[in-house]
Design a protein around this ligand. Structure first.
Ligand code: 13P
Length: 253
């Protein structure tokens, strides 16, 4: 089963609009004609209009790092899916470990956000992953199964078209921003656990088609080893996505 890889940049809380535009201006020529993989950028909400305008006419998609599950209302500080769509965004991260860790996002919230994204045909990149203490206690498999089951509650009633949009990103929390990467084999093992759980919930066919990205200290020098694993269908890149040359090197692994 060949799945088209998605190489995604999570810029987190970095860059001004001017810096973001400069990135895109330098980056697009470097990936011109690159169609082997899908490419997406996830900037902060205030950068979205500038980045979307700069990427117009290219193959590079742009999405939000987070959306709220309610359609609109008195939710100070949040971004709605309608606002994302209105500025031309097509993707969103959901349940990034930093959202879970610092902003109290639970599997239940992740599930609500996933339903909202799918209702509006926005590609959701659902982030899961164990913390170090969980891995050391031998609980990785349980944690991943619980996160997948929680995120996907009620999803099996949706249309096949909606379900086909879902992307999962496996990001072991101990590998994020630490320079410690899961070995390709560790990542592939985790991906197999996740895919088996998706198969249980949504069927083998859906599971075989679903892309599972790896994230956590992906760099130009480890991208090839990770991405040549059959089970790894792309990367969600933090630090190394901030510079056009290093992100390009990962895109072109
Ligand atoms: P780093 O690549 O900086 O480890 O970040 C990974 C990440 O959190 C991507 O969402």
């Amino acid at each position: 089963m060949s799945r088209k890889a998605l190489i995604a940049a999570n810029w987190k809380m970095y860059k001004t609009p001017t810096e973001a535009e400069a990135f895109v201006k330098a980056f697009l020529p470097l990936v011109a004609g690159h169609t082997r993989d899908e490419i997406a950028l996830f900037p902060s909400p205030v950068l979205l209009p500038a980045v979307i305008a700069a990427c117009k006419g290219s193959q590079v998609a742009v999405g939000a790092q987070n959306i709220y599950f309610a359609e609109e209302g008195a939710y100070t500080g949040e971004t709605s899916i309608g606002q994302l769509i209105a500025v031309g965004g097509t993707h969103t991260l959901i349940g990034h470990s930093e959202r879970r860790q610092y902003f109290g996002e639970t599997d239940e919230i992740v599930n609500k956000k996933l339903h909202t994204a799918l209702k509006h045909k926005i590609v959701p990149v659902v982030c899961i992953g164990e913390v170090l203490a969980e891995r050391e206690a031998g609980k990785t498999e349980d944690v991943l199964k619980t996160q997948v089951t929680g995120a996907f509650a009620g999803i099996n009633g949706l249309s096949p078209e909606a379900i086909s949009l879902i992307v999962i990103a496996y990001e072991p929390v101990w590998a994020i921003g630490t320079g410690k990467t899961a070995t390709p084999e560790m990542a592939a093992d985790a991906h197999r656990i996740v895919r088996a759980e998706v198969a249980k919930l949504l069927g083998a066919d859906v599971a075989n088609k679903m892309r599972i990205l790896y994230g956590g200290s992906v760099k130009p020098d480890n991208a090839t080893a990770l991405l040549s694993q059959e089970e790894i269908d792309g990367a969600l890149v933090g630090g190394a996505s901030l510079k056009p040359d290093s992100f390009t090197a990962i895109v072109k692994y």
